[in-house]
Design a protein around this ligand. Structure first.
Ligand SMILES: C=C(O[C@@H]1C=C(C(=O)O)C=C[C@H]1O)C(=O)O
Length: 375
């Protein structure tokens, strides 16, 4: 059969699939209409994060059972569920979309440098799924791992400890933004593979920093969550590229960034196609040098007021000294953060970067016990 005939034949198959898919979606949205009335009678909210997480887990498992990458299917279902929620809200008469916002709110939204990230545009908390881990809303998440991947043994030890202590995501820098060109720059792609293997070994999604556009593809290939460091918060070309990377992004606040600048940077990623953005407060530069940076703890309630995006805190980079990190972690959850990101190391005194702010494993265990009321 010629290629053109082959294409026609496959397109006919696709037409049949699309037909069935459309009929299924019609049936699904009709069910949504039915459930909304029942929920309205019980005064239940339109959105049910737990139910959505349950659905996504089922889809993920089915895709993996079929040996298919679940990511695109999960993203599609998140869109379907977002539309389901909008349908319910519209039916209830309080869809918060800009065109139906009261003039004063519409005008306020128009004046903002960020819209997709704005709470005015999306009343409910957003959830970001990193594999099976759900960040945001009522969920509380711990990300833990070394500042940098240094060796297979080191990252495996950290992954084991993170898993054992109940952390949800493994971190590990591979491309390191260092103030000095003479400092350890990270293990690069080799480190990515070690991190990926450690995450798979212990069933933990992994997060690592991406520093440049030409790294996006390889970092996205080997990790589940892409981190934008504080110094790259306004690297707009990188933010645009991450809109198309197909992986959730954790966006650190710049050292001297206002909250609106931070949210405007999140908007870049969202406006270019990626709604899965997590904000990370990591401390700001201030006049006082008692800590490496000054943890702007007030940023958490402020950003939650202005945006629906999940917000986590990185006490390690804020404090710069291990002895403050447990208390700052408790403060972060107490003030409403959706998660914390903690640096750990088997021997911080031998760490190639950020040793002074890395927790020994016994201290990390104490921290996890201290924040357990929120987990
Ligand atoms: C349908 C419901 O409402 C919403 C839409 C969902 C969906 O599209 O599957 C799931 C949970 C809710 O966020 C429900 O609560 O079950």
């Amino acid at each position: 059969m010629s290629s053109s005939h082959q294409i026609s034949a496959i397109r006919q198959q696709l037409d049949h699939i699309d037909h069935d898919l459309t009929k299924q979606l019609i049936a699904r949205f009709q069910s949504i209409q039915s459930i909304l009335h029942a929920k309205q009678g019980l005064d239940w909210p339109a959105r049910d994060h737990g139910r959505e997480a349950q659905i996504l887990q089922g889809i993920q498992a089915l895709a993996e059972q079929e040996n298919v990458d679940p990511s695109p299917i999960v993203r599609l279902f998140k869109t379907i569920m977002q539309e389901s929620v909008k349908l319910q809200k519209k039916a209830r008469g309080h869809a918060p979309s800009p065109q139906t916002l009261p003039p004063s709110l519409s005008e306020a939204l128009e004046k903002k440098s960020y819209k997709l990230a704005s709470r005015l545009n999306h009343i409910e908390d957003s959830l970001v799924s990193v594999n099976e881990v759900v960040i945001g809303g009522d969920h509380r998440t711990v990300i833990a791992g070394p500042c940098a991947v240094e060796s297979e043994g080191q990252i495996m030890e950290c992954a084991a400890q993170a898993k054992q202590q109940g952390a949800h995501i493994l971190r590990g820098g591979c491309f390191k933004p260092r103030s000095s060109p003479y400092s350890f720059q990270g293990m690069g792609v080799e480190g990515l593979k070690l991190l990926e293997n450690a995450g798979k070994e212990y069933g933990l999604p992994v997060v690592t920093e991406v520093m440049a556009i030409d790294q996006v593809e390889v970092v996205a290939k080997h990790s589940d969550l892409l981190q934008v460091g504080a110094r790259n918060m306004q690297n707009f070309d990188l933010l645009r590229a991450l809109g198309k990377a197909g992986k959730p992004v954790v966006l650190k606040r710049g050292l001297m960034a206002t909250i609106d600048e931070w949210l405007s940077s999140a908007e870049y990623v969202m406006a270019h196609g990626n709604r899965d953005v997590i904000l990370c407060e990591r401390g700001i530069r201030s006049f006082d040098q008692s800590t490496r940076n000054t943890l702007d703890i007030s940023a958490v309630p402020v950003v939650k007021e202005r945006s629906h995006l999940p917000v986590i805190v990185d006490p390690s980079h804020a404090a710069g000294k291990w002895q403050y990190i447990l208390d700052l972690s408790r403060a972060s959850f107490a003030v409403g953060a959706h998660g914390i990101m903690i640096e750990i190391h088997p021997k911080p005194e031998e760490a190639l970067s950020d040793g002074p702010q890395s927790l020994k494993f016994d201290r990390f265990e104490a921290l996890m016990l201290a924040v357990s009321p929120w987990l």
